[in-house]
Every structure is written in C-alpha cells, then in structure tokens.
Write a protein that binds this ligand. Structure first.
Ligand code: ZN
Length: 220
C-alpha cells in the first residue's frame, strides 16, 4: 500500500496528461493549469491522475483548439471539432472516476510568475497546457510529464481516496477539489520510486521556487 498525492480532473484532460492526446500518429502530452491558488505545492514527484465524474461540453472546444494548434493551424476546423467530440465522449465513458495513470510533477508556476514572464515564455506556458487560446483565469500552472499510463481503468477514486476511506468518511462532494491523498495497493516500480513525502508541510519556503523559463526548459 502506498500513500501519494492525486489530482482528479475531467476525463479528456486526465487522459491527455498521462496517455497523450492522439494527433494523427503522434501523441501530444499536455500540462495542467488550475483555477485555484490551492494547487500550489512544494511537492515534487509522482502524482496519481484520476478522471472525474464531471463533464463539461466546453471541453470539446478546448480539445478542438489543442488539436488545431498541434496541426499548426490557427483555428479548429469541423474535422477537429468532430475528433474532439469523439475523444471527449470516449475518454469519459472509459475512464470516469478511475485511475488513468501517473505523472511526474517537476515545477509549479503561479499566475504572478507567469505575468512576469517574457511574452514568449507566457505563450509557451499556454501552448504546453490546455488553454491554448489564453482565455482562462489560471492561478497555478503545474509542470508535469507522463510517468506511467494505465491501459485499462484502475481503481475507482472513492476506493482509493483517504478521506472517503476514513471513519467517518469526509463529504466527498465538498472535498474532491484540489490536491487529494490516495492509498493504492498496486503501483508500478517506476512510480513508487518517485513518490515523495506526502502530505508536505504547509508554508514550505520552496513553494513556487522555479521561474517560468527554468521550468519550461527543464527536461524539455
Ligand atoms: Zn474522498
């Protein structure tokens, strides 16, 4: 049994982060941007990625824009939109509320840091994540890379969530936002080797240490 941090995010994004978004014969691996400041963390290492039970029709437009950009086009075509719709439906049906895989978190960029970055670095942050049209209110950018993708859906989130397994259990509806703590029976060696100390102490000074450009060029 291993205890580690987890994020639970909508299926199209969870799958694109760990398994890659298919673009022709390639896969594009995306980073994750978050609306809340609570996603800032000094933790670095393996993170479990679960697909959530929520779906949002607007995700199809986001994925269509990512597909278009990955193909070097400025605007999504009706083909991109159709492909995005299929991808969103399929990822939701297969992965909802299940473990999809693991990523390595290697940096955190705050909105303040992003706003001070050069225009090119700011643009690159968005290109690497999902909001390629730079339309969202982003507070935290998580620099991640894929570590291990499952081919079949893993455990259901509530069967791994420490709060759900506690006695009495927490209020899952209210709590399944932001960083989560999960306990998993089976974790590949490549993942367990990179699980850091979790949860981390609050108020750590290492928070958000890396500058955007350092993160963008780390391991690129
Ligand atoms: Zn829970």
């Amino acid at each position: 049994m291993i205890t580690m941090p987890a994020l639970i995010i909508r299926a199209p994004f969870a799958v694109a982060a760990v398994q890659g978004l298919p673009v022709g014969k390639k896969h594009v691996y995306k980073q994750i941007e978050c609306r809340g400041r609570g996603y800032r963390t000094p933790y670095r290492g393996a993170v479990a990625i679960f697909a959530s039970r929520n779906r949002d029709e607007a995700d199809q437009d986001t994925i269509a824009d990512v597909l278009a950009l990955s193909r070097g086009k400025g605007r999504a075509t009706s083909n991109d939109a159709r492909e995005a719709r299929t991808y969103c439906v399929q990822t939701f049906e297969k992965w909802r509320y299940r473990l999809a895989g693991f990523v390595r978190l290697f940096g955190v960029v705050t909105a303040d840091q992003a706003s001070q970055a050069s225009k090119a670095d700011y643009h690159e942050l968005h290109v690497q994540a999902f909001d390629v049209t730079e339309a969202w209110q982003v507070e935290t950018y998580l620099a991640i890379e894929p570590l291990h993708a499952l081919t079949e859906p893993g455990p259901e989130f509530t069967s791994a969530c420490a709060g759900c397994l506690a006695s009495p259990p927490h209020n899952a509806i209210a709590c399944h936002v932001g960083w989560q703590t999960v306990s998993l029976d089976e974790v590949p060696a490549v993942v367990s080797a990179e699980v850091g100390s979790w949860p981390v102490a609050r108020g750590s000074r290492q928070l958000c240490k890396a500058a955007p450009s350092a993160i963008l060029h780390d391991g690129a």
